[in-house]
Design a protein around this ligand. Structure first.
Ligand code: DAH
Length: 336
């Protein structure tokens, strides 16, 4: 036979194996099916063949052409498929997802919420006052006149801004939440029971137990006949609910200009060595404070208290250094 079709087929299969891109496929097509390709050579040779060979070769060349078309189409699909999967990013649906860390409230916010919540259950309303205060509310209204020695106990950040209400005085960053008492009493008539959480500022050098900014919660209850035992009962209930029923408490006489009589509250846990730790100041609202807010003389009585949130959180969780609350170290914050 003029053409060795077995050998041609072998060559075709070998050639198509080596094709991996469209360019090589086109070269393959030209080699076999192009105008000057092998298939066309075979067709051209037909007139020169013997009458016996002609139909045989004609049949085989047709078969070869069909085969080549099939191979080319299949290869084209294959090349395009690999190209597609190489360019799309690898995506393994069985891999575990990336979890986004979920934040939570800061330990101090949690403590403030919890303390306010306990007082809310006892009928107190939560109110807030501004961090920038007047001398009037921070001091005078609380029976702390300018020349009074007790002002020394309240070192204060003064702002270089005159008080719009009294140009001879400066505004300041409140040094305690007690001015909230003055604001509330100026705006509302008794009976009232409020709890006032907030930030306070004092120019203290920062160390393990001092910070120039910290949080207080102020409490105030004013009505017709409030007595010291109401104060004791209220604060005992609070401490038992916050620290646990085993907590021991004592009220130690103290002095605050805005309360009379005044006391500091100490607590102690039964277990461990007996140690008293001061947690808040309190007392019966001083008549001079009622006078400053314009309440009629002798009409009302009230109780007040103020506690430091950091201090209470440090005691409850055994935290040794106040600075950790403000450093935003996740290793600390995540524990609460
Ligand atoms: N304002 C006081 C302070 O910062 C705390 C305080 C004591 C508040 C006695 C009160 C109180 O309401 O009755 O040290």
């Amino acid at each position: 036979m003029a053409w060795d079709f077995a050998q041609i087929h072998q060559g075709v299969h070998q050639d198509i194996e080596g094709v991996h891109d469209l360019q090589a496929l086109e070269a393959f097509r030209i080699k076999y099916l192009g105008k000057k390709g092998l298939v066309s050579d075979i067709f051209d040779s037909l007139p020169r063949l013997s009458p016996e060979e002609k139909p045989l070769v004609g049949k085989q060349v047709n078969e070869l052409r069909n085969l080549l078309t099939q191979l080319i189409n299949a290869k084209k699909d294959e090349v395009q498929q690999t190209k597609k999967s190489a360019s799309s990013p690898f995506f393994d649906v069985t891999l575990p997802g990336i979890g986004w860390p979920v934040g939570h409230r800061h330990i101090l916010s949690q403590a403030i919420d919890e303390i306010c919540g306990l007082f809310e259950k006892l009928g107190f309303a939560v109110m807030e006052g501004p961090e920038i205060e007047s001398e009037e509310n921070n001091f005078e209204g609380l029976n702390i006149p300018a020349d009074h020695p007790s002002r020394d106990g309240f070192d204060t950040f003064y702002l270089d801004v005159a008080d719009p209400g009294d140009k001879t005085k400066k505004l300041l960053l409140r040094s305690h939440t007690s001015p909230g008492q003055v604001r509330i009493m100026k705006a509302h008539k008794p009976p009232l029971a409020v709890i006032i959480p907030g930030k306070v500022y004092r120019p203290d050098a920062v160390d393990a137990s001092h910070s120039f900014m910290f949080h207080q919660i102020e409490g105030l209850l004013v009505a017709d006949d409030v007595k010291f035992f109401h104060l004791k009962g209220l604060l005992t209930t609070f401490c038992q609910r916050f620290f646990g029923p085993d907590i021991q408490m004592r009220f130690r006489p103290h002095f605050f200009p805005f309360t009379e009589p005044s006391a500091e509250v100490d607590i102690s846990w039964k277990h461990g060595k007996k140690e008293w730790l001061e947690i808040m100041g309190c007392g019966m609202v001083h008549p001079a404070v009622f006078k400053a807010v314009g309440y009629p003389e002798g009409k009302y009585t009230g109780l007040a208290f103020g506690l430091g949130v950091e201090r209470i959180a440090m005691l409850r969780y055994g935290i040794q250094d106040i600075r950790v609350f403000f450093e935003n170290d996740q290793r600390f914050l995540k524990q609460f």
